[in-house]
Design a protein around this ligand. Structure first.
Ligand code: NAD
Ligand code: ZN
Length: 389
C-alpha cells in the first residue's frame, strides 16, 4: 500500500510499504477513505519528537471502511463505516474505566520509554513515534486498529467524510478544552491560536454557554474565519498588546477562561530546550511570545487556563508564581476522544455544527508532502488539509 513516511525534519515521502495485517484477535483493518494533517503532526514534521524513526508511517486523524476484523471483535464488522480516535484505548484498564481514555494503561507497548520522560505513559497513539507505542499511522491506504471494539465511532448517517472526520481528534480536542473549564453564565473565553483546534474551541465555547469569545492569532485569514464562523472578537498578536486588549474587553479583570491552542509550535520563547532542536533542524526564529505565558498572565484571578496545545519537554520561564498567586486552575492533556466523539457526532447529525468549515485544501494522499509544507507554513491560506488515498 501507499503511506506517508517520515525521513527526517521537514522530509516526508509517500512510499510503498507492506499492507498491515491483523496481529491480535481484537484488531481490525480499516481501509482509509479520508485522513487529515493535524497540528500535532507538525511537531513530528519539525523533528521535535525524538523517538520518531526514519520510515515511520504518520497520521492519526483518519476514517474509513472496515475491511477485516479479528475473531474476538464483536461490535464492528466488515463494511462498517467508522471514524477512529487518535488515541488507542483498551476499554478495560483503571484509566479507560474512568473515562480517561488518553491515559490508557494497556495500549502503549513502549510504556517504559514514555515513563522515563514523563513519569508514566499516556495511551498509544497512531502515527506518533515509539514513545507513544510505535503504531503505524493513518496517512495511508490501510491501518491496523487494535482493540477494535473500543476504538471506533460508527457513522450510520449519510453525513460526508468531511463532516464527521474531526470527531476523532480536533473537534473533540477543541470541545474538551472548553468542557473541562466548567463555563459559567457570562463567561468570557479567550483562545490563543486559530488553527483547527482553536477554531473548534471557539465554536465549543459558544455551544457550552460562553457570553463572549476572543480569538488570538496573527494570520488574517484565520482571524477572519474566527470572526465570521465562530462569532469571535479577533486580536492580532503582532499588531496589538494582547494582554492590554483583553483587559479592555473584560472590565480590567481578564478573561475567565484562557485556552492555549498553540502548543510547542509557539515559535520560541520559553521552549529553549525543545526549541534548540527546531532551530537546528529548520532554522526558525525565536522571536515571538508564547501563548501559554500570555494565557497565564492574562487570565483573571480565580480563572482557568486550559491547554490543549501539545507540549513535550520542560518549559522554562513558565510563570508559575502568577498561576499560584492568582489562584488559577490549570487543565491540560491529550483529549479523551472516546468520551466526547459520540455526542459530537449527534450534534453534527442534528445540524448544530458542520465541522467541514475549516477545510481549505483537499489533496490526494500522494500530495501529502505538499500538504505538510503548506500547512506548516500556513501558505495559500491553509487552515486544514484533508487527504484522500
Ligand atoms: P495549527 O498549527 O494549525 O495552529 C496553531 C496556531 O497557533 C497557528 O494559527 C499560529 O499562527 C498560532 N500561534 C502561534 N503562536 C501564537 C501565539 N503566540 N499567540 C497566538 N497564536 C499563536 O495547529 P492546530 O491543528 O490548530 O493544533 C494546535 C495545537 O493543538 C497543536 O499544539 C497540536 O499539537 C495540539 N493538539 C492537541 C491535541 C490534544 O489531544 N490535546 C489534539 C490535537 C491537536
Ligand atoms: Zn491530532
Amino acid at each position: 500500500m501507499k503511506a506517508l513516511r517520515y525521513h527526517g525534519a521537514r522530509d516526508v515521502r509517500v512510499e510503498t510499504v507492506p499492507d498491515p495485517q491483523l496481529a491480535d484477535a481484537r484488531d481490525m483493518i480499516v481501509k482509509v477513505t479520508a485522513c487529515a494533517i493535524c497540528g500535532s503532526d507538525l511537531h513530528l514534521y519539525d523533528g521535535l519528537i525524538p523517538t520518531l524513526q526514519k520510515g515511520d508511517v504518520l497520521g492519526h486523524e483518519f476514517m474509513g471502511e472496515v475491511l477485516e476484523v479479528g475473531r474476538e471483535v464483536r461490535d464492528v464488522q466488515k463494511g462498517d463505516r467508522v471514524v477512529v480516535p487518535f488515541n488507542i484505548g483498551c476499554g478495560d484498564c483503571f484509566f479507560c474505566k474512568r473515562q480517561l481514555w488518553s491515559l490508557c494503561d494497556r495500549s502503549n507497548p513502549n510504556a517504559a520509554l514514555a515513563t522515563k520522560q514523563f513519569g508514566a505513559a499516556p495511551a498509544g497513539l497512531f502515527g506518533y513515534s515509539h514513545m507513544f507505542g510505535g503504531y503505524p499511522g493513518g496517512q495511508a491506504e490501510y491501518v491496523r486498529v487494535p482493540f477494535a471494539d473500543i476504538n471506533h465511532f460508527k457513522v450510520e448517517t449519510d453525513l460526508s467524510d468531511e463532516q464527521v472526520l474531526f470527531i476523532g481528534d480536533i473537534f473533540a480536542t477543541g470541545f474538551m478544552a472548553v468542557d473541562v473549564c466548567d463555563v459559567q453564565e457570562g463567561d468570557v473565553v479567550a483562545v490563543w491560536g486559530c488553527g483547527p483546534v482553536g477554531l473548534f474551541a471557539l465554536k465549543s465555547a459558544h455551544m457550552l454557554g460562553a457570553k463572549r469569545v476572543i480569538a488570538i492569532d496573527r494570520f488574517p485569514e484565520r482571524l477572519e474565519l474566527a470572526r465570521t464562523k465562530c462569532d469571535a472578537t479577533p486580536i492580532d498578536y503582532e499588531k496589538s498588546d494582547v494582554i492590554e486588549v483583553l483587559k479592555e474587553l473584560t472590565s480590567g479583570r481578564g478573561p475567565d477562561i484562557c485556552i492555549d491552542a498553540v502548543g510547542m509550535e509557539a515559535h520560541g520563547h520559553g521552549l529553549e530546550f525543545w526549541y534548540d532542536r527546531v532551530k537546528q533542524a529548520v532554522g526558525l526564529q525565536a522571536d515571538r511570545p508564547t501563548a501559554l505565558r500570555q494565557a497565564v498572565m492574562a487570565c483573571r484571578k480565580g480563572g482557568t487556563v486550559s491547554v490543549p496545545g501539545v507540549y513535550g519537554g520542560p518549559i522554562d520561564h513558565f510563570p508559575f508564581g502568577a498561576a499560584f498567586n492568582k489562584g488559577l486552575t490549570l487543565k491540560m492533556g491529550q483529549t479523551h476522544t472516546h468520551r466526547y466523539a459520540p455526542a459530537l457526532l449527534q450534534r453534527i447529525a442534528a445540524g448544530e455544527i458542520d465541522p467541514s468549515f475549516i477545510i481549505t485544501h483537499r489533496l490526494h494522499l500522494e500530495e501529502a508532502p505538499k500538504g505538510y509544507d503548506i500547512f506548516q507554513h500556513k501558505k495559500e491560506g491553509c487552515i486544514k488539509v484533508v487527504l484522500r488515498p
